[in-house]
Design a protein around this ligand. Structure first.
Ligand SMILES: Cc1cc2nc3c(=O)[nH]c(=O)nc-3n(C[C@H](O)[C@H](O)[C@H](O)COP(=O)(O)OP(=O)(O)OC[C@H]3O[C@@H](n4cnc5c(N)ncnc54)[C@H](O)[C@@H]3O)c2cc1C
Length: 403
């Protein structure tokens, strides 16, 4: 009898696992579930939010990568997983049974319990939320034209992590278009970043992260670092200005975007998995402890890096590798062979600051400026290739290397 494999989530991890399993000649029935009918490149969401990229450029239909001979795609929202009964529950009431399950439901925004975050700031976690950010900014620019309220021209990014920095870079690129909409010079659009720590982007050397931050400062971004955010109010960010005297200050702005951190999908907690912030500490072969037919991968999973003795960070690069590993391990189990532990050797990481600038590391080499943006686009094309193949790279790849 054929084995039923259910994959939840068609992001980097889920589609990479699908790709691996669809190569299997054995008798298998794969069901892929995602709430959207398209896959999106989450690493490009900041460009949609800043209006420098149309969402059509970062998505493609999931059906394009589904092999109808062995896979059924269901557009639906997963509400819970019952590993005892081997069932997945969908929001429309349907249930799916499985022999093997791959959970790849990705990330959500994390408020860390700070009051007002959910109500008064904008999240950037998928295509809809990224589009909402841009619509909101455009609205603010139009409001300025009518009301002449300078706050409408202020955009505050909360958090100076990788996502916040890439968003600020894209916003500096998008400033000209926004200024036109508001009928002002682009210097009048003010970009702020509020961040709790002072040593930014610790994954890079201090020199390299200073390079990126100083470039953004040169382009007009105002950084408030060492200022933990205490509350988000309607139209303002309240932060601790002076730790010794416990003095709070308020920064007003028409657009407040929350990028301080992410957690794994809420479905993980709702399904009773042992988790912390939606992430599950999995076995070295990526299975859930006590359930050797349930794989949890991508941003929902935490796996120990033996070298650093810390869990691997949540990145697209690692999610792709986890998808490959989970797919291969299920194939091994189907053949009665033993599974292999997950291993990852980083090829480096590059942070974009706009379309033509970036900085980062490739192997042991530090790169910056225009050549780094070239490398960043090549990395994006490669990850697009790993989920979508040649067709999607040709249709949606980044080939604007020459400026
Ligand atoms: C702006 C930005 C820039 C980034 N830049 C980089 C970078 O340069 N390099 C890098 O390595 N990483 C980067 N990351 C991180 C990277 O995007 C994530 O680590 C990666 O997307 C995780 O992949 P995933 O497959 O686990 O989940 P996701 O990409 O989040 O995919 C999850 C999938 O599950 C679906 N889904 C979620 N919940 C449900 C549900 N309940 N029911 C049905 N379907 C559901 C979603 O629709 C989605 O298709 C960036 C992230 C952001 C936001």
């Amino acid at each position: 009898m054929s084995k039923k494999i259910v994959i939840l989530g068609a992001g980097y991890a889920g589609l990479r696992a699908l790709h691996e399993l669809q190569k299997e000649a054995a008798d298998i029935e794969i069901t892929l579930v995602d709430r959207n009918e398209y896959h999106y490149e989450a690493t490009d969401l900041h460009e949609v939010a800043a209006g420098t990229q149309k969402s059509e450029r970062i998505i493609y239909p999931i059906r394009d990568v589904v092999k109808n001979s062995c896979t059924t795609f269901i557009q639906g929202t997963v509400s819970a997983i019952d590993t005892e009964q081997q069932l997945v529950k969908l929001a429309d009431g349907k249930t799916l049974s499985y022999d093997y399950l791959v959970v790849a439901l990705g990330f959500e925004s994390e408020s860390f319990g700070i009051p007002g975050v959910d109500e008064y700031s904008l999240q950037m976690v998928d295509v809809d939320t990224a589009e909402k950010i841009y619509q909101h900014i455009e609205e603010q620019m139009k409001n300025y034209k009518e009301m002449q309220d300078e706050n409408a021209l202020k955009i505050i990014v909360c958090g100076a992590g990788f996502t916040g920095i890439e968003l600020l870079g894209a916003l500096t690129d998008g400033k000209k278009k926004l200024a036109e909409a508001a009928g002002v010079d682009s210097e009048k659009i003010r970009l702020y970043c509020v961040e709790a720590v002072t040593r930014l982007l610790p994954m890079f050397s201090e020199k390299l992260s200073d390079y990126g931050i100083n470039k953004l400062k040169d382009w007009g971004v105002e950084f408030l670092t060492g200022k933990p955010i205490k509350e988000i109010k309607e139209g303002s960010v309240v932060y601790l200005d002076d730790k010794e005297n416990n003095t709070l200050k308020e920064l007003h702005g028409g657009t407040i975007i929350w990028t301080t951190g992410v957690s794994g999908s809420h479905v993980i907690g709702a399904s009773g998995f042992e988790e912390k912030r939606g992430r599950v500490m999995v076995n070295p072969d990526l299975t859930y402890p006590g359930r050797d037919n349930v794989y949890i991968i991508g941003d929902c999973s935490a796996v120990m890096d033996e070298e650093s003795q810390r869990p691997y960070p949540t990145t697209a690069q690692i999610s792709l590798k986890m998808g490959e590993c989970a797919g291969k391990n299920i194939k091994a189990q189907l053949r009665g062979k033993s599974t292999q532990p997950f291993t990852f050797h980083s090829l480096g990481s590059v942070c974009s600051i706009g379309n033509t600038h970036a900085f980062g590391e490739v192997g042991k080499m530090e790169i910056k400026g225009y050549p780094a943006s070239f490398v960043k686009k090549a990395i994006m094309d490669r990850s697009l290739f790993e989920t979508g193949g040649v067709k999607e790279v040709l249709a949606k790849g980044r080939f604007d290397f020459y400026h």
